[in-house]
Design a binder for this molecule. Sequence first.
Ligand code: ZN
Length: 291
Amino acid sequence: MSNGPLFAAIEAGGTKFVCGIGSSEGSLRTVTIPTRDPEATLSDVEAFLDEAIAAFGPIAAIGIGSFGPLELDRTSPRYGHILATPKAGWQGTDMPSRLGERYGVSVSIDTDVNAAALAEMHAHDVDSLAYVTVGTGIGAGIVVQGNTVRGLGHPECGHIAVRRHPVHEDFAGVCPYHGDCLEGLASGPALQAAWGTTASHIPEDHPAWEAQADYLAQLCVTLILTVAPQRIVLGGGVMSRPFLLDMVRAAALRFLNGYCVQWDVAKANEALLLPRSLEPPGLVGSYLIAS
Ligand code: ZN
């Protein structure tokens, strides 16, 4: 890696925190910490950073890519706080102030999916990209002209309304807010609820996958029609089924039906992709948030 300044990166997830010291070119040291209550979790983060700084030298800034929802309005007194979350004890947690006071450096924060989108933008050398994760939930981070999309809150594309697939005629969906939104029909827990087994155990020829590709293609097409990304990267546990990406590409082209002339088979193969980063994209993105 280069001899530039050192940064700390924290990918703050609902089940684990991945922390690193280094830069977006690579980490010198990383640690994975199970997410518990804020005090126990952040004490472990600080213990890692203390040791890493002692070993490698001072850091220039800290970047955090966090689960949300987050207050990202810099004019708000709650900037950087975790807002209403079902995760016990985390509501109101202010990681940037705590870490900024301890280490005396600036701390920047964005959503975990926006961090991953920044990392993939860097890896793909484009300036507009959407990163979609399909796992326990469905989320999307969006970068337009080099900047993550945020405004009144941040995008929550996982909850868009989708056209139901016929195989789900009698399935209510699992989203506690909307029932049959995208996440309610196509997240890992939705697959489990609809078919009685986990995504990794549903056979390749099962009709569940036609529906899954259909739903994810509806999200991709919505992104194409609204923010015109140069790349859409699809990550998360459900996407690790190797046949699924090609099915999503084909379904997206069917939905577009020739409407966006830039999108043909070659473009779908070039622009709808799996993650490319070698390290967790949220960690690499957190370095980019810091720098
Ligand atoms: Zn929903």
